[in-house]
Design a protein around this ligand. Structure first.
Ligand SMILES: [Zn+2]
Length: 132
């Protein structure tokens, strides 16, 4: 399962990061950016995360996914930025055109393919704190 291996990779990266930069408190949410070109089910990813995080220091945390639009760099004219989208009548979505919007040359994708952790929401309350 695609989402399962992606969640696994995210968790491994996060565990390594937390090993070097420990947080004080419980991790409530893990914020990730998902490139527009990366096709996945957010629901399946969240589910995989819940299962894999079980028993780790981020158990019970929630994955919050933010979508990142495609960005390209053009080797011909040096353009760098967003692309144009095509949408035909009857389509329910727009498809990014991976060509330079200025000169139509084939452009290189610099953003929009990855899944990356961008931040954590940490509960500052001590772990052993109980409401009086
Ligand atoms: Zn160009």
């Amino acid at each position: 399962m695609h989402e399962y291996s992606l969640a696994h990779a995210l968790l491994e990266g996060l565990t390594e990061h937390l090993g070097q930069h420990p947080v004080h408190g419980r991790v409530r949410a893990v914020h990730v950016r998902k490139g527009e070109l990366l096709i996945l089910s957010e629901e399946a990813l969240g589910e995989a995360w819940r299962i894999l995080a079980e028993g780790t220091e981020v158990a019970g945390s929630e994955l919050r996914v933010e979508k990142v639009p495609v960005k390209v760099r053009c080797p011909s004219c040096g353009y760098e930025g967003p692309v144009k989208y095509v949408s035909e009548e009857g389509w329910h979505f727009a498809v990014p055109l991976l060509a330079c919007p200025q000169c139509q040359a084939r452009a290189e994708v610099i953003e929009g393919r990855d899944l990356a952790i961008v931040g954590l929401s940490v509960d500052d309350a001590p772990l052993d704190h109980q409401a009086a």
